[in-house]
Design a protein around this ligand. Structure first.
Ligand SMILES: [Zn+2]
Length: 389
């Protein structure tokens, strides 16, 4: 039964991988992912079902079009095989007999986030249409996890999403500040702006996560009433933020109840919550206004919407929310560690081989996240074993 089930899920993965190829090719060009049917790019013939069997068609046709003999890129078959293996491994690691429907949200997240990572590789863009719904699947899907699976509860998924986007948005803001040589940001948005993120980060460092959420909400409310962004100079805020964290780490705050752990948790949860709410708000506003351009037109170097240089794209912040929901905050930090190590290894290898292509961070985050899903428990257990706990 079990082997048949795993094989069935792997076949489903290959079929979804085949659809992912279509999305990865068409989405950046602003084309419909549903119509028209797939064609050979050389001779234009509409492909028949026999040409579209994942992996097998490519192998049977030896990587060539059946009509005109033009070569078909091996990447399509590789993506289908990767989806089949990923789905199969998840079905094997989270067996239905033991953990019920736990595997269903994981399969959805694997499909959505792998597709987003492939688009990021091609275009340096992570589509909101994939990352934001994936974060929702990560939080809502947690309701389906069996307790025996060791996966997060809904509350843990929410905290994981906030911590994950908080860590990445703080890297984004502080990295951006350094790249701008500590000049204030040019961003002028309301009601949701980076000011809310910055204010929540500082308030969270001072008073923990409840104070962070209250302060961020106050900033959004003030901007809404004023009908313009109520500014909080970014260089000043992060100078204070650093001071508060140093004081918390040195134990000075312990007198009135906020220790270093509460301070650090407050700052990442506050910053992450308002980064994610802002991202969701502006995505909704973009859809409501109906002025969506073909994403490829705006692709380019890693800059944010105002053309400011940033250390890490804002798309990574939304992607991190989805991974944080899937892994919980502790699993996400393990995944981030995997991603940074993988990114460094690939970067060094690329330089050694004389390549210079800029590789975005999103794909490393996705691979690191799923490695953490597989290995975080074993790794944390091994580490605690070393400490003799
Ligand atoms: Zn052809």
């Amino acid at each position: 039964m079990s082997v048949a089930w795993i094989a069935l899920v792997a076949v489903l993965g290959a079929l979804i991988g085949s659809f992912a190829n279509v999305v990865v090719y068409r989405w950046p060009r602003g084309e419909s992912v549903v119509t028209p049917r797939s064609r050979c790019p050389s001779c234009g013939r509409t492909l028949a079902p026999i040409d579209l069997v994942p992996v097998l068609s490519w192998l049977a046709l030896r990587g060539r079009c059946r009509t005109c003999g033009a070569p078909i890129a091996p990447r399509y078959a590789r993506v289908e095989a990767f989806f089949a293996v990923g789905f199969g491994v998840l079905a094997w690691a989270y067996p239905v007999e033991l953990h019920g429907a736990s595997v269903v949200p994981l399969l959805a997240l694997f499909a959505m986030l792998t597709t987003a990572a492939l688009i990021d590789l091609d275009t340096f863009l992570l589509p909101d249409a994939l990352t934001l719904p994936a974060a929702l699947v990560g939080v809502a899907g947690a309701a389906l996890y069996a307790r025996s699976s060791g996966l997060p509860t809904v509350a843990e998924a929410l905290v994981g999403a906030a911590v994950a986007s908080g860590v990445l948005v703080l890297i984004n803001r502080i990295g951006g500040l350094v790249l701008r040589r500590f000049a204030d940001t040019e961003e002028r948005l309301w009601p949701f702006s980076l000011d809310a993120v910055n204010v929540a980060a500082l308030a969270g460092a001072v008073g923990g996560w409840r104070i962070a959420l209250a302060a961020g909400a106050a900033q959004v409310l003030a901007s809404t009433v004023a009908r313009r962004p109520v500014r909080a100079p970014e260089p000043l805020l992060y100078a204070l933020w650093l001071l508060v964290l140093v004081l918390a780490a040195s134990g000075i705050f312990l007198g009135w109840g906020v220790g270093v752990v509460e301070s650090a948790a407050g700052t990442v949860i506050g910053a992450g919550a308002f980064a994610f709410l802002g991202a969701a708000w502006w995505w909704g506003a973009e859809i409501a206004s109906g002025k969506r351009t073909a994403p490829l037109d705006e692709a380019g170097a890693p800059e944010d919407d105002d053309g400011e240089p940033v250390a890490m794209g804002f798309g990574d912040v939304k992607l991190a929310a989805a991974l944080g929901a899937m892994l919980g905050w502790d699993g996400f930090l393990v995944g981030l560690l995997f991603a940074v190590v993988l990114g460094a290894v690939v970067g060094v290898a690329q330089r050694a081989l004389g390549g210079s292509r800029f590789v975005p961070f999103g794909p490393f985050l996705v691979v690191g996240g799923f490695l953490a899903l597989a290995f975080a428990d074993a790794l944390v257990g091994w580490y605690l074993g070393l400490l003799g706990v």
